[in-house]
Design a protein around this ligand. Sequence first.
Ligand code: HEM
Ligand code: HEM
Length: 178
Amino acid sequence: MSRTAVYNLPARWLHWAIFGLIALEFAIAWTMPDIHRDTRPVGLVAWHLGLGTFILSLMLLRLLWRGVSGVPDPHPGPAWQDRIARLTHALLYAGFIALPLLGWANASARGWTVHWAGWVPLPALAAHGAAWARPLGDVHQIVAYALLGLIALHVLAAAHHHFIVRDGVLRRMWSSSR
Ligand code: HEM
Ligand code: HEM
């Protein structure tokens, strides 16, 4: 079966839409009030939960679409680079699915009802006050910063390909022609 050299249109749209929404989600996380025992999930905190669960659903949709429609042939290059790229991509998928789930479990333990996209009420992932889910707020924060580091690596790799090697890797995710 012959495969194309670029990501298909839905894969490209999902990649850049999720990128924009994750940037917004970090901006909200850094602007929202500090969360204490008596914080209520309103205002920017509600936006954080709603946007975060929306990102989770887009990530799952994206993985599903990847499974159904496939991916382009790997970009030709050294095998070690291919291995690191695959590992980075797998960790980005796993990370941006695990991160919202950690936040959601912590929100449930705080007794908050989480709404998908700020709209549809979701079931609780942990009982109100559940001891196992209380530390997950800190874990959520640490994982978020670890993922920022991984994004930096991913962007540096893209910039290296684009500006130094000039081999058109960015176009695989940007346009329908090479
Ligand atoms: C891609 C999605 C998400 C990103 C990038 C993200 C990022 C962050 C970051 C960076 C913080 C720390 C803020 C600070 O430094 O003060 C944070 C805190 C928090 N987030 Fe998220 N978040 C996401 C999704 C979610 C979701 C879906 C929920 C809940 C449904 C959630 C609930 C929380 C809670 C409760 C805290 C406070 C944790 C604590 O201090 O104990 N987050 N988030
Ligand atoms: C929130 C930030 C980002 C996340 C979570 C992310 C995630 C991903 C993932 C998971 C893939 C693999 C796609 C697949 O094979 O299914 C990918 C590919 C790609 N990303 Fe990102 N990305 C982000 C930001 C960026 C940025 C800012 C750039 C460029 C400056 C970029 C450029 C690319 C390129 C060129 C590919 C295709 C690599 C290839 O040829 O195989 N990404 N990204």
